[in-house]
Design a protein around this ligand. Sequence first.
Ligand code: PAF
Length: 287
Amino acid sequence: MNTLLLNKIYDVKLNITNWKKDNLIIGLVPTMGALHKGHASLIKKAKEMCDKVVVSVFVNPIQFGPNEDYNKYPRTIDADKNICAELGVDIVFAPTPNEMYGEGNKLSNTELTFVCPPYNLTDCLCGKSRPGHFDGVATVVTKLFNITSPNYAFFGQKDAQQLYIIKKMVKDLNMNLTIIPCPIVRENDGLALSSRNSYLSAEERTWALTISKSLKEIEKLYKQGITDCSILFDTAMSILDKNLEIEYIEFRDFNTFEEVKSAKNNTLTAIAVKAGKTRLIDNIILV
Ligand code: PAF
């Protein structure tokens, strides 16, 4: 498989134009690289559904806060390209920040057009501790959609708030593509796969295992008929390792994103914690 590694928007668009002439179905898997089995599952789904698959690898500066891990975020483009080649990806699009945002990186909203999703979706859960994060995500994702004109774009359910916001953005702005949500991929011991897991020490990793454990217990209780979110919240609190710094445990209707007090089908149960310096998120959708 001849996987092209392209850095220039112009070169990607040229390929896309040729594919469109042949009426080929195009799939986009947007990533920040450091690809793992979670990304591989998105790519495999894209390969099933599309004639051509583009994987973008771009650590997007405008979705990181000033004290976040933009500089230390893992950058492993050679390994990423090999994974993409093994999976039969057609193009790996790995632009520089200058290519995406222009020379001099004018990245503030006084100089750059931003796409800003509704405030009530971005000021809660992860948005509370990461102001501006979802504006940065919506902006780069819009740019990636405009560059690659995909028929389908594939997003993991692990970033449930991101997935909800992007689906809403596509609907609100009449974007001409379909978002395909893909299930969370976990290690055998339950830890949700994340590029940030590489930051964890062995000890922090054992603390982190209690996140999926608590979500599993919530699911078990829900299946037994317990719907009171305060009971489900207390259950999670009692299981989460005391060394974790808990940022939130929230219950939201995944159709409307409104907070719920009583869990029902399609309730998103989402948890964010810090294990040492590493911020981790995980969730489950109750059915
Ligand atoms: O989920 C991610 O990896 C990023 O937020 C995304 C969607 C690639 C945008 O930078």
